[in-house]
Design a protein around this ligand. Structure first.
Ligand code: NAI
Length: 463
């Protein structure tokens, strides 16, 4: 029997980051992971592989649509789908291998297999029982389907199956215009699939800033995606090679159907804690099947913590990472902290979409007095030079009296990176004027952030 200060269950972004911080803080640490490689959903079948496909198909789109205009003549490249998937696998391998290297460097044991917790302080993996003063559950989440839709990962696929399709479908139906549906829908639209997204709500990316939703939809439609809003998918019928999606428009009328070669189910994810034995342990769960935790990520059982997708909050890799670091600090007797008010959200389409903090609608509903500074990327020289000015903007929402930044939304080039200037500003309690008074290099996309900050005051220069 081996003894540890901490055993982390799951090596996704929450678990592996937690383990590294524990080791850095001098705790003897092991991670239990049953997958062949470290990194969890994010590195193996989520964030990283999708970004590889988004990058390669973005370049294809550029070659097909923008090269000639920039004086780059010649035939656009053809797609070798198997090679594109091999490139994606190479990127996965580099990243998962990187985590393995970090584990060795930090002297973290990787216990290979699937864990259960027979009692507080004990972790069973296969025939081996390990002891740990502290256990951190970071077991993540799995795709959730909807009634009437069964995922077979062949014709009806989750995001996992969508990364491994044997061939590019002629017609792809996507259920859900959330992050996964729009990122992977974009990939296949760029590869030539006829993509139709069916969304229950009346906007893409429900919950996001309304201006962004409108602009985002228009841009995606211009890129060739068909988007049907206000339509509830009722079920999917499949034959050997085809599928029929049945949906009910909310405005009324009869049920409608959509034919497809492949259906991507992107209707959310659910927490995953199967096989851990949480019931027998008496671990408290929330109504939504998440592990209930207190402000220090502790479950109701002393010495057992939980972080990431398996607890409440946005199912985002970076939220899990922050919790992983914070809980390690708590276990080491320090002060772990996560500012849940400043967790950015990014959609990695082209253009990218990024948000942080509260939306204009949320603040108005709270009765808060706000001002909104908005700057279109059409006024940004750099964005124009890369064909990404159209429809994009930076929007900053600040307190009307104090000028403190309360939220921001960006749609445009490198939005996923630009948003962090505003995250840092919010962490420091900065005002829009603080950002507006900061010198920004020219010509950069970041100037649009400054202009939006100026728009909260006396006005932007370039609009
Ligand atoms: P999501 O929650 O973002 O979107 C699901 C969508 O499906 C919603 O818009 C919902 O209204 C719609 N829907 C549900 N039932 C429906 C029905 N019967 N008919 C039509 N539409 C229906 O979930 P998604 O995109 O599957 O992503 C899962 C999780 O993974 C999310 O928490 C997301 O944040 C995370 N993720 C984050 C990424 C990123 O940060 N770039 C990338 C991929 C996933």
């Amino acid at each position: 029997m081996s003894q540890y200060d901490v055993i982390v269950i799951g090596a996704g972004p929450g678990g592996y980051v937690c383990a590294i911080r524990c080791a850095q803080l001098g705790l003897k640490t092991a991670v239990v992971e049953g997958r062949e490689t470290l990194g969890g959903t994010c590195l193996n079948v989520g964030c990283i592989p999708s970004k590889a496909l988004l990058h390669s198909t973005h370049l294809l789109h550029e070659a097909e649509h923008n090269f000639a205009h920039m004086g780059l003549k010649g035939k656009a490249p053809s797609v070798d789908w198997d090679q594109m998937k091999a490139y994606k696998d190479e990127v996965i391998g580099q990243n998962t291998g990187g985590i393995e290297f970090l584990f060795k460097k930090n002297k973290i044991d990787w216990i290979k297999g699937w864990a259960s917790i027979p009692a507080a302080g004990k972790v069973q993996v296969g025939d081996d029982l390990h002891e740990a003063k502290n256990i951190v559950i970071a077991s993540g989440s799995v795709p959730a389907s909807i009634p009437g839709v069964e995922i077979d990962e062949k014709i009806v696929v989750s995001s996992t199956g969508a990364l491994e399709l044997p061939k590019i479908p002629k017609k792809l139906a996507v259920i859900g215009a959330g992050v996964i549906g729009l990122e992977l829908g974009s990939v296949y639209a760029r590869l030539g699939s006829e993509v139709t997204v069916v969304e229950y709500m009346d906007a893409v990316c429900p919950g996001m800033d309304k201006d962004v939703q409108r602009s985002f939809k228009r841009i995606l439609e211009k890129q060739g995606l068909n988007i049907i809003l206000g339509a509830a998918v009722q079920g999917v019928e499949t034959s050997k090679t085809k599928a029929k999606v049945r949906y009910q428009p909310k405005k009324g009328g009869g049920e409608e159907t959509l034919d497809a070669d492949v259906v991507l189910v992107a209707t959310g994810r659910k927490p995953y804690a199967e096989g851990l034995g949480l019931d027998a342990l008496g671990i408290k769960m929330t109504e939504r099947g998440q592990i209930a935790t207190d402000n220090h990520w502790s479950t109701n059982i002393k010495g057992i913590y939980a972080i990431g997708d398996v607890i409440e909050g946005p199912m985002l890799a970076h939220k899990a990472e922050d919790e992983g670091m914070a809980v390690a600090e708590v276990i080491a007797g320090k002060h772990g902290h996560v500012n849940y008010g400043v967790i950015p959200g990014v959609v990695y389409t082209t253009p990218e979409v990024a948000t942080v903090g509260a939306t204009e609608d949320e603040l108005k509903a709270e009765g808060k007095k706000i001002k909104v500074g908005k700057f279109m990327f059409m006024g940004n020289a750099r964005a124009k030079a890369v064909h990404q000015a159209e429809g994009g903007f930076v929007k900053i929402i600040a307190d009307k009296e104090t000028d403190r930044i309360l939220g921001a939304a960006i749609i445009g080039p490198a939005a996923g990176d630009l948003i962090h200037e505003l995250c840092v500003a919010m962490e420091f309690g900065a005002s829009a004027e603080d950002v507006a008074l900061t010198c920004h290099a020219h010509p950069t996309y970041s100037e649009a952030v400054r202009e939006a900050a100026l728009a909260c005051g006396d006005g932007p220069i370039h609009s």
